[in-house]
Each structure stands twice: as structure tokens, then as C-alpha cells.
Design a protein around this ligand. Structure first.
Ligand SMILES: [Zn+2]
Length: 289
């Protein structure tokens, strides 16, 4: 197994910015039993850690949220030695107090996706991972400590409603998501977080708030609104890069094996060994390490 690595998955625009913080940079195309990852993976040293970055939507933003090769991305990162994954994505806010431009460390999900493969084990065996705390509480606590020390404007905790898209919500849906207890709306964190759990990777989700979703009546015209959204994403991205840089330069223990996420497959494989598809399970051996 390669040297332990911290993985970073981010949207378009983040890759070149992350690359600027890295030294000893190389890139690698990684193939997996689930096809190729979205893009070449950028490898290098980032602060105190080895890091591997994937652009979630591929070069030129070619993959819509429904088409992102989530399984290939997570499998490729695991193959490269990733134990800890920082996932970054834009969201809309469903709460007045979660303001555009701010960051949120999400800790719960409501899954509304319906056309994405959400397990590595389809056809191989029945695998039931525990998912009541879908992001890594240990990592989130470390991140929260750093955001407090360094005064990043970040909310610790939030329920992320993951919708299929690509269209945004109707106003009726947005109001319903609020009534369900959702705090954020986005299109990409699932099945990514489920697959990270199946790959026994600690996963933390950093959300960049671009706007208030349509539950809140917007003032201003279309063009002004778009400019405002882009400015908010820029502000949130700058905050996010600052936070990730602080994390990567900290002395906190981000690669611990002593975390329940790192043992998620221990009791999850329910199919009798005789009934498992041995060949398929063998191909997935990377996930068990
Ligand atoms: Zn963990």
C-alpha cells in the first residue's frame, strides 16, 4: 500500500488553485473496475501531507452531477493510498442564518438522488455499512477546531439535501426541503459519501454557500443575481482554500486508523462466503485494506 494520502475532491476552478499550494506535483490517470476517474489525479505534497486532488466534474466541467463517475473517483483515490477525504462542493442555503459566501461542515444527508449507482458491491454481495453519522465526526471536530482558531466563518453541522438535478428546485420543493429539516441543497455529495464509507475512508464535507435557494424571494434582476452568486462562490472558495491550507499545515491527526469509518466493512458483508461472487470481491480487495 502506498504512503497514506489525504484526498481532496473539488469542483471546477478549485484544481488550479489547489495545485498552487502543492509542491513535487505529478498527475496520474487511474483506471478502476468502475472505469476511469473524472480526470487525471493531481498528486503532490500539500503542507505536512501527501495529497491527491480530483476535479469532480472532469476537465471543462464535462460531467453533470448525475454523470460524475463517483465510484471510479473513490476507488482511484483508495488505490492511491487515500485514507482521509476532504470533499468540497457548492450548495444553496435553506436557512436565513447560513449566509451566501460562508462555509458549512455538513454532518447529515437526505438522499433524493435516483439515477446513480450507490454501492461498489452490486452483484458481488450484500454489504450494509453503518451510515447514521455519514461524515467523519472525528475529522469534523478537528476542522471545527481550526475554523474557530483561525476565525473562518464556518457553520459546524448542517443537513444536506442531495437532489438529482440538473434543474434546480421549484419553490414548492425548496419549502418542502426546509420543512424536512434540510439546511443545504446540493447535487454532488451523494453517492460520494456512501462510497467513501464503503471504501473505509474518513470523509469530511465542506460546503461553499453560493446563494439562498428559491424558498427565499430574491430581489434584483437575473443578471445582477448571477453576478452576486459568482461573487459569493468566489468568497466561499477563498475561505475554503484558506481553511484547507490551514488544515494541511496543522499537526492534527488526520490519518488515524483508529476511527470507526476505517473499519466500516468489518461487519458489513452479510452474504454467506459461498454465495458471494468471489471474482468480483477479489477485484474490490483495495476497498478492504
Ligand atoms: Zn473517520
Amino acid at each position: 500500500m502506498a504512503e497514506p494520502v489525504i484526498g481532496i475532491i473539488g469542483g471546477t476552478g478549485l484544481g488550479s488553485a489547489v495545485r498552487e499550494y502543492m509542491t513535487d506535483v505529478s498527475s496520474e490517470q487511474v483506471d478502476t473496475p468502475f472505469g476511469s476517474a473524472s480526470d487525471e489525479i493531481i498528486l503532490g505534497k500539500f503542507g505536512n501531507y501527501r495529497a491527491a486532488f480530483i476535479n469532480r466534474h472532469g476537465s471543462g466541467h464535462k460531467y453533470s452531477p448525475s454523470r460524475v463517475p463517483y465510484a471510479a473517483n473513490i476507488y482511484a483515490l483508495k488505490k492511491l493510498g487515500v485514507r482521509t477525504l476532504i470533499s468540497i462542493g457548492a450548495v444553496g442555503s435553506l436557512r436565513e442564518q447560513i449566509q451566501p459566501g460562508q462555509l458549512v461542515l455538513a454532518d447529515q444527508f437526505i438522499d433524493k438522488t435516483y439515477s446513480r449507482a450507490n454501492t461498489f458491491f452490486d452483484g458481488a454481495a450484500a454489504v450494509h455499512c453503518e451510515f447514521s453519522h455519514p461524515t467523519c465526526d472525528r475529522l469534523r471536530a478537528e476542522f471545527a477546531k481550526i475554523t474557530t482558531q483561525q476565525k473562518f466563518n464556518t457553520h459546524n453541522g448542517g443537513c444536506y439535501v442531495c437532489m438529482e438535478g440538473p434543474q434546480f428546485s421549484t419553490r414548492a420543493e425548496s419549502l418542502m426541503h426546509r420543512s424536512w429539516g434540510g439546511d443545504l441543497i446540493g447535487m454532488t455529495a451523494l453517492p460520494e459519501a456512501k462510497l467513501a464509507r464503503e471504501a473505509q475512508i474518513c470523509y469530511v464535507l465542506l460546503c461553499l454557500v453560493s446563494d439562498y435557494d428559491c424558498w427565499k424571494e430574491h430581489s434584483g434582476d437575473g443578471e445582477g443575481l448571477l453576478a452576486e452568486i459568482l461573487a459569493n462562490i468566489k468568497q466561499a472558495t477563498d475561505n475554503c482554500l484558506g481553511l484547507v491550507n490551514a488544515v494541511m499545515n496543522s499537526q492534527a491527526e488526520f490519518l488515524s486508523n483508529d476511527c470507526t469509518c476505517r473499519k466500516s466493512l468489518e461487519k458489513a458483508l452479510w452474504t454467506n462466503p459461498k454465495q458471494q461472487d468471489e471474482e468480483k470481491i477479489r477485484k474490490l480487495s483495495v476497498l478492504f485494506k
